[in-house]
Design a protein. Sequence first.
Length: 262
Amino acid sequence: MRIPVLFALLAIGVAAPAAERVAPRRTPPVAVLVKGEKRSADVREAVERMFLGTNSLRNAGGRATLSRDPALTAAAGAFADFMAQTDRYGHEADGSNPSARAGKAGYDACIVAENIAYQSLSTGFSTDELVQTFLDGWMDSPGHRANMLAPAVTELGVAIARSASSGKYYGVQLFGRPRSQSVEIDVRNKADVPLNYEFDGEAQSLPVRTTVRHLQCRPTTLVFHWPGKQVATRLDAETQRVYEVVRDGSGKFRVNLERAHQ
């Protein structure tokens, strides 16, 4: 006898704030009913395996390992508990949102992204099945997969909670990049002509004797497009730096790199 699995998931991402509901393509675990059998997952162990499994999937996709952040973990846990206690579901089920919940837990964010899902099975789950169904469902949804493999996030908090009334397991992944890891730079024109450059792929203008400050939440690049035939200069933006453009006696442009004053 095949037992249907109830599974639902939502994502709110780094780039797009809108949530989406997507059904997983992979087949969640289907139990064979044995009289008297009732499995029970170890939620604490499942949380640990979900954290490790998320990083394994990132590493397989060429992404860096995420560190465990206490504030993100606390925020994910509080929200999973809320959904389990109320059986209310959605990124704003508690009247808040992922960024606000992370902030309330003490996370000073530059980026916050959240994946949530719930699942239920009449015969219960083993710990491995519980974790794998959450991870497979998220990886099979473009929005959730984008959050899990986002190159700009660096930290993670995960949680799972079970509803005593409905039996549903609620899972939460809360991804973040702290403000301390933002890129803040100044670009200064000390040449004698207006200049054009790109910051994070966006065209910028730099009048004479002008300084422009940029704040970016993820690693990015600067590309200076020089007047005349001089080849463009491409640089990785380093935080707390001043990129000062000058022109030498031969008329060639160059960028002097200085440390910004704190």
